[in-house]
Design a protein around this ligand. Structure first.
Ligand code: GLN
Length: 282
């Protein structure tokens, strides 16, 4: 009895100590988890040796997955060249296109390169690099379709688009349009090839590449470009990497590396690029 009493007193004395020890251990574990969730290697001062860069690799010839699983494309080569010029290596991670901005906002990636058009709307939530590519939207239809000739002629028509894109925004503004959204541009184009929609609104270089590479030779592109758009590299707001990415981009634009990559993927000399996106001016 006495023994038991003694033991319980001992326990009572030990408990506060044990509890605070447990608390310290739990807090340390939480801290570790938080660091892991924040991406660990992510930089804070703009001098990280490795940058995590998101991309949606279903947008050839900008970003695609080769048969062995490796990433390839204009954006992939360009991002690596920028890293080389600015002193960092790139660790790519694949994300759905509409998950890229949330990932940047959440800080799980440092930047993204995914043919993302610089728009005033997006610039409210992320910071963009200077423009790195000039593109624009185009309408695709079945090769034997002769009644779709312009944006106006798409009124009341069925249009397939990729979710969260400038093409989707444009389609949604057409009066009476029945817009069907897909996770990727190839899926939207396939829907058109299958005859389930009347048109696709998508980035012209990607649609043209898909038709030319033989995947979708029953399709054609209508008329001219609907828009003039510039791609930029989005980063979290106030990113410490904005300056070094812009500096790396300017270096490759002037030292011939950009032109080399452009010729590799598009077979022509690159056009002139403005220093800032016209859409953000004024
Ligand atoms: N350029 C288009 C946009 O920014 C499409 C980009 C994409 O699908 N990767 O919305």
């Amino acid at each position: 009895m006495l023994n038991l009493l003694k033991r319980s007193t001992l326990l009572r004395r030990l408990i506060p100590g044990l509890l605070s020890f447990a608390l310290v251990v739990t807090m340390a574990a939480c801290n570790n988890n938080q660091e892991a969730a924040e991406g660990g290697a992510s930089s804070s001062g703009g001098d990280a040796a490795v940058l995590k860069v998101a991309t949606e690799p279903a947008f050839a010839p900008f970003e695609a997955q080769a048969s062995d699983g490796t990433l390839e494309g204009f954006d992939i080569d360009l991002m690596r060249a920028i890293g080389e010029a600015a002193g960092f290596t790139v660790e790519f991670s694949s994300l759905p296109f509409d998950g890229i901005i949330p990932a940047l906002q959440g800080g799980t990636v440092d930047a993204a390169i995914s043919s993302m058009t610089i728009t005033p709307e997006r610039a409210k939530t992320v910071d963009f690099s200077r423009p790195y590519f000039k593109a624009g939207l185009a309408i695709a239809v079945q090769a034997n379709n002769n009644d779709v000739t312009s944006l106006e002629s798409l009124e009341g028509k069925r249009i397939a688009v990729q979710i969260g894109t400038t093409g989707a925004n444009t389609a949604n503004q057409i009066p009476g349009s029945q817009v069907r959204t897909f996770d990727s541009a190839p899926l939207a184009l396939q829907e058109l090839a299958n005859g389930n929609v009347d048109a696709v609104i998508n980035d012209a270089p990607v649609t043209l590449y898909a038709i030319k590479s033989g995947n979708l030779n029953s399709l054609k592109v209508v008329g001219q470009l609907l828009t003039e758009e510039y791609y930029g590299i989005p980063m979290p707001k106030n990113s410490p990497n904005l300056e070094r990415i812009n500096q790396g981009l300017n270096t490759v634009l002037t030292n011939g590396k950009y032109a080399e990559i452009y010729k590799k993927w598009f077979g022509t000399e690159p056009p002139e690029l403005p220093e800032t996106a016209p859409a953000l001016q004024g």
